[in-house]
Ligand binder design. Structure first.
Ligand code: BGC
Ligand code: BGC
Length: 853
């Protein structure tokens, strides 16, 4: 119902744009108002003092009066440091630029503070150099400082947002924001892409840990606090020397996609969208946030990057947001009819800055042409540029000295400064949630024999999660965190100081029988879609940590589990095997603070009690998707749960373990059923050329492709290879995300499809699968199985089934649990083949004759 009303508003707004008189416009607006009363009440005007206290419009008008169209478009283009040079900046004068997760000056992971500042300075000087582009408008640099300044070696890394949510302390959040701003300013950077204010409704989502909570209550308060900490209070001193520009992201509904699918579809009603998913914007915009990032997700099938109703009518008009909307990483390219290099739809919908890492040149040219042809109205460009410049004026960018001359610039002592780490340590302590504490086994006395085990015990990278130095947070060693500490570091320091004995062993073996074992284990780092999971079972396919817990328990050693994770998970077996269980989330660089809570001081006094409380409900089964406020709310542990010292532990030692993966496994996973199943996309390639399928016919080098009908319309694909190059068809997810298909299917699996041959192969034909094995070089788990023999034996022009045992691929190193390419068919010869119904499925009981070639 509300949806219908909002589409009325959308179409009227389009009419308005098409050039009606002022009077008509007012009439239309009154109509909209009356018709969408309910919807209007959902998006009340924001209430912040920024506009009133900064009368900048005249200044902006003066600047704009001198600008050419080219200069204006350049303000709207945001390329990435790996894809531009300083000379590009001089020539185009981009309004902003970014470094993506894991992008550093000179591509050097160990870049020093001076290197960051040097790049900022060069880019800035090139931007104000008018020799080529005629513009002197300073550029600005945006970065993902999402848990501290996480791309920079030695920075203070705070717990990820899920842990901060458990701390439920807005004052602490404001302090964290100030520290983050200071460290970011030390590197010469102006602007950060935080906070993420997703209300995470399905914890299978790979970005669950980037959210503070499943419930808007904490999110709204935190968003206000963090924006205030980053930008300063509106009024005197707002966006001053100690502040950075903040971005509330990702607008809107990123945490509410169907199935927790990253970048997927949110089908909430408009009321839910506002009341659950948009509350972070209410909090953040009321605090004066100057930018909002559009989200990759769709709302009812329409990508937000092209949604005029939400970006323009709701956010800008009704809520009255007067800063700018920045896109997400090529997010515009996902809008129907757009590519990364061309998307008038996004600008027309209200996007002000394109985040376009690599395709900026073509996008700039195309956008220019689209304004010249009238496809994008000049008024929209002027509005976007006004918003960008308004923020630049408010941030004092025209007055501030160049990046190298600013107050904090290049002060390397600010990176990971002791006072900053103290704030992070407080955050770690407050984020820990005690789920179980049999016989008050915690707190521990330090003057004892303590075994510390589990592969996260002495692993700062693992305890920090994704968005840590690299985008995925993988491939980091303790040496990459100078000044940082592991959980082991804190435990050993406290135990040794009290005269006890701490022993570290990853596998749980020991020299002397300990009084207690602390087992630190959990999820490997991941970011974005790489972290999407089929269900919430911890280690569905490999219960190695459970075995470790049990092995210690069987020896009569009391076991304290410290669980590192980016989300609540189904850990019933691990809970049963532990005497005490702490949800530690992703604490960041200050692992030593965990011991402050686990141990008493030498006199036996509690140093810090547990104060963390779940800001996410803890699931009862691997497939339970449960949130505060649900009807029949029945989690294992509710929102708000968390024991303090002295509290009676309530969890049974015999929680149900039956619900394990065996039950949540499926008999098949469809990859292609006429449409390509999520999260896969279909790619075609020939020689070096490759692209995703976007039409029903394509010709690429040696390969001709078209949709054909097997049973219903367009449920099959015809592929004709002419033998002039190696060519193929491949399924892979966008961005080549890794999928755990073993959790879904188990181990006895085959790949099956239907085939109809028009012409038998003249050369070898391969089925190829590919995965990404942690830490390994990409491509190291490619596995190829030849199928030409089977094809040659097939009758022509009839549909027939073909299956290949996955063991044939596994034997070559392919791992189903980290599938990146679940299907690929290729040949260098001639072949005319149609394919349909591609599945991964459990092998039939009666072994069919599957052989490997
Ligand atoms: C970048 C990230 C970005 C991601 C998007 C990576 O290469 O480093 O910052 O979020 O791509 O797919
Ligand atoms: C993420 C954003 C991030 C951007 C830049 C995207 O992939 O979704 O959160 O700000 O990359 O790195």
């Amino acid at each position: 119902m509300k949806r219908t009303l909002s589409s009325v508003a959308v179409s009227l707004a389009v009419l308005v744009n098409a050039g009606c008189s002022q009077e008509q416009k007012q009439q239309e607006n009154t109509q909209i108002e009356t018709q969408t009363e309910t919807s209007q009440q959902l998006w009340p005007k924001i209430n912040n003092q920024v506009a009133k206290l900064n009368d900048v419009e005249e200044r902006v008008s003066e600047i704009m009066a001198t600008m050419t169209l080219e200069q204006k478009i350049a303000q709207m283009i945001q390329p990435e440091i790996r894809d531009i040079t300083v000379e590009d900046m001089r020539k185009y004068g981009f309004g902003s630029y970014l470094n993506g997760g894991g992008a550093f000056p000179n591509n050097d992971k160990h870049a020093k503070v001076e290197d960051w500042v040097a790049l900022a300075e060069k880019m800035y000087q090139a931007s104000i150099d008018d020799s080529l582009d005629g513009s002197t408008i300073p550029t600005m640099w945006g970065t993902d400082a999402v848990h501290g300044h996480n791309n920079v070696i030695g920075a203070t890394l705070f717990p990820h947002n899920i842990g901060l949510g458990a701390a439920n302390n807005p004052e602490l959040i404001e302090k964290i924001a100030k520290v983050t701003a200071t460290e970011v300013l030390a590197t010469g950077i102006d602007w950060i892409f935080a906070p993420t204010v997703a209300a995470v409704r399905d914890d299978r989502w790979g970005r669950t840990y980037e959210g503070y909570s499943e419930d808007p209550e904490i999110i709204k308060a935190y968003s206000h606090a963090i924006v205030t900490g980053l930008q300063g209070e509106p009024g005197e001193g707002f966006l001053g020397q100690g502040n950075v520009i903040s971005t509330v992201k990702h607008f809107v509904g990123d945490g509410g996609t169907v199935g927790g699918d990253d970048q997927g579809d949110n089908v909430s009603s408009e009321e839910e969208l506002y009341k659950i998913h948009a509350q972070g914007y209410v909090g953040g915009l009321n605090a004066g946030a100057q930018s909002v990032m559009a989200s990759f997700n769709s709302w009812h099938g329409e990508k937000i990057h092209g949604n005029k109703y939400l970006l323009n009518d709701v956010l800008k008009d009704r809520m009255g947001f007067d800063g700018f909307v920045v896109g997400d990483w090529n997010g515009h390219g996902q809008v129907a009819g757009c590519t990364n290099a061309s998307c008038p739809q996004s600008i027309n919908a209200g996007l002000d800055i394109f985040m376009v890492p690599g395709d900026w040149k073509a996008l700039y040219d195309n956008t220019l042409a689209q304004v010249q042809s009238g496809e994008i109205p000049q008024s929209r460009i002027d509005d976007a540029v006004r918003r960008i410049l308004r923020v630049k004026v408010r941030a004092g960018l025209f007055e501030k000295p160049s990046p190298a001359q600013r107050l904090y610039a290049a002060k390397s002592e600010l990176i990971g400064k002791q006072e900053h780490r103290e704030v992070a340590r407080q955050a770690v302590r407050e984020s820990l949630v005690l789920l179980k504490n049999n016989e008050q086994i915690l707190p521990l006395k330090p003057n004892t024999k303590v075994l510390v085990t589990g592969d996260a015990a002495n692993n700062i990278g693992k305890q920090s999660g994704g968005w840590t130095i690299t985008w995925q947070g993988t491939n980091n060693e303790n040496a990459d965190f100078p000044g940082g500490t592991s959980i082991w570091d804190g435990i050993s320091a406290q135990v040794e100081a009290a005269g006890g004995k701490a022993e570290l062993s990853e596998d749980g073996s020991f020299e002397q029988k300990p009084d207690v074992a602390i087992v630190v284990f959990g999820e490997e780092p991941y970011a974005e879609g790489h972290g999407d999971r089929a269900n919430l079972e911890y280690q569905a396919s490999d219960k190695r940590d459970l075995a470790l817990l049990k092995q210690l328990k069987e020896q009569g050693i009391p076991v304290v589990a410290v669980f590192i994770s980016g989300r609540p998970m189904w850990v019933n077996p691990e809970l049963n095997a532990s005497d005490a269980f702490v949800a530690a989330w992703l604490p960041g660089s200050e692992g030593l603070a965990v011991a402050d809570v686990l141990f008493t001081d030498a006199e036996g006094e509690v140093q810090h009690d547990f104060t963390g409380r779940l800001s996410y409900s803890w699931p009862k089964t691997p497939t339970q998707i449960v949130n505060r406020g649900d009807d029949n709310y029945d989690p294992l542990l509710p929102y708000g749960f968390g024991l303090s010292y002295g509290d009676q532990s309530t969890l049974s030692n015999e929680l149900d373990e039956q619900a394990s993966s065996a039950n949540s496994q499926q008999s098949s996973v469809a990859l292609f059923t006429g449409t390509v199943q999520k999260p896969w996309q279909m790619w075609l390639y020939s020689g070096d050329e490759s692209f995703t399928v976007s039409a029903n016919t394509h010709e690429v080098g040696a390969l001709f492709y078209r949709t054909i009908d097997k049973v219903v319309q367009e449920d099959a694909r015809k592929l004709r290879f002419d033998g002039s190059a190696n060519a193929g068809i491949r399924l892979a997810s966008k961005s080549f995300f890794r999928e755990d298909l073993r959790a879904k299917l188990g181990t006895d699996v085959q790949l099956s499809l239907n085939i109809n041959l028009a012409q038998a192969p003249t050369d070898a034909v391969y089925l190829t699968l590919n995965c990404e094995s942690e830490g390994d070089v990409a491509g190291s788990c490619v596995a190829k199985v030849g199928i030409s023999e089977q094809l040659k034996a097939m009758e022509l022009n009839t549909w027939q089934a073909l299956s290949v045992d996955l063991n044939c691929f596994a034997a070559q190193g392919f791992k189903l649990q980290s599938t990146v390419v679940p299907f690929e068919l290729s040949t260098s010869g001639k072949l005319d083949i149609s394919i349909a119904d591609i599945n991964l499925e459990k092998k039939p009981e009666q072994g069919s004759q599957l052989s490997c070639h």
